[in-house]
Design a protein around this ligand. Structure first.
Ligand code: KDG
Ligand code: MG
Length: 402
């Protein structure tokens, strides 16, 4: 069997998504997510100009060999654009393999290691008072774990605090919006919020918080220590993570568990974090970390070092990525948590899928392959819209990060 066609489909049902569809000479097709938030068209060009011509005529069954060929054969290894493109190919090939075998992909990965995939949702609110009903909404729907983010008194907008409701969309303007950030206000406010949340919801609800890379290691250590009484499941992205050694300093000072990895794209971004046991959860996911093949490699390394998975699952990862992530989540021994932000209805219609939420768990589709597709006619009705992630400046105007 040979690959005869590979199409790159760009659509914007509520937000931009890039999808690769690979078709074989027998008419079997597979899909892969290729969405890189705010840099979507760079991946489109990489795929169309450099990858698709290499796929035509290849054997779709050779997943590992194709992965190695695209990774090593380009000379220029790694990087988010390259690895997102490779991920899309890899995911589509696993989809095809499942369809050809007549099995859901998780069966090809070793079968079920659990009954369902425990997910966490995002409770966001501008104020601490508005936050409690938001968290209660998740508890009422059966969520066992909730990420808690609030506005900070004195700051007009805070990255990662979405509007009320399920959708979380930080890429909100064609050119990046700019906000002001103040670490002292933040460090003062967040422990008070968690004290209130624990008082209201008791000790058993699993709570998470995302710092969005905005602290230095010693500031993060202080935050982690001040949150210890509230027993978070994880503190996410406490510092920018290019310097893996930064986590060593945080680790020396706090027992609050640490999660990182949504911006990583290979095992080389986290091998020190994992092998030195500097983190507790690795948040790499299918679309940005080289597909199912490479993510499995990262998770296997993590399993050896007491690190569990906690894959990124915000709405800028398409339902194709979510479907693929769920198959891997179900199969690996060291699954921790899966982030889940439901997509808006128009995105769900463009990407018909069989995974479903029930009682705090997501369950992948039982149909052969990934159990997700793209409705290309419908997708064509939602043209691409430029959208960028915002930036933060400190009060004196210095560029910070998010
Ligand atoms: O594209 C960036 C978003 O996916 C990111 O800001 C979401 O931090 C995020 C999270 O944890 O979901
Ligand atoms: Mg995050």
């Amino acid at each position: 069997m040979r690959i005869v066609e590979a199409r790159v489909i760009v659509t914007c049902p509520g937000r931009n998504f890039v999808t690769l569809k690979i078709v074989t000479e027998d008419g079997v097709s597979g899909v892969g997510d290729a969405t890189l938030n705010g840099r979507e068209l760079a991946v489109v060009a990489y795929l169309e100009e450099h990858v698709v011509p290499l796929l035509i005529g290849r054997d779709p069954a050779r997943i590992e060999d194709t992965w190695q060929y695209l990774y090593k054969g380009s000379y220029w290894r790694r990087g988010p654009v390259t690895m997102t493109a490779i991920a899309a190919v890899d995911t589509a090939l696993w989809d095809i393999k499942g369809k050809v075998a007549g099995l859901p992909v998780y069966q090809l990965l070793g079968g079920r290691s659990r009954e369902g995939v425990t997910v966490y949702g995002h409770a966001n609110a501008a104020t601490a008072e508005e936050l409690m009903p938001e968290i209660a909404r998740f508890v009422a729907r059966g969520y066992r774990a909730v990420r808690v983010q609030t506005g900070i008194p004195g700051l007009s907008s805070v990255y990662g605090v979405g509007h009320k409701g399920d959708s979380y969309e930080p890429a909100n303007a064609a050119l990046p919006e700019e906000a002001v950030w103040d670490t002292a206000l933040y460090l003062d406010h967040v422990p008070r919020v968690f004290a209130d949340v624990r008082a209201e919801f008791g000790p058993h609800l699993r709570l998470l918080h995302d710092v969005h890379h905005r602290l230095t290691p010693i500031e993060a250590a202080r935050l982690g220590r001040s949150l210890e009484p509230f027993a978070l499941t994880w503190l996410e992205d406490p510092v920018p993570a290019e310097l893996q050694d930064g986590f060593r300093l945080i680790r020396q000072h706090t027992t609050t568990p640490l999660a990182v990895g949504e911006v990583f794209n290979t095992v080389w971004d986290c091998h020190e974090l994992i092998t030195s046991q500097l983190i507790d959860y690795i948040r790499t996911t299918v679309v940005h970390a080289g597909g199912i093949t490479h993510l499995r490699r990262i998770f296997d390394l993590a399993a050896l070092h007491h690190v569990r998975s906690g894959s990124h699952g915000a709405t800028d990862l398409s339902p194709v990525c979510m479907a693929a992530a769920l198959h891997l989540d179900l199969a690996i021994p060291n699954f921790g948590l899966q982030e889940y932000m439901p997509h808006p209805p128009e995105a769900d219609e463009v990407f018909p899928h069989g995974y479903h939420f029930e009682d705090g768990y997501l369950h992948p589709s039982e149909t052969p392959g990934l159990g997700v597709d793209i409705d290309e006619e419908l997708a064509a009705r939602y043209p691409y819209r430029p959208a960028s992630l915002p930036v933060n400046r400190l009060t004196d105007g210095t560029l910070h990060s998010w």
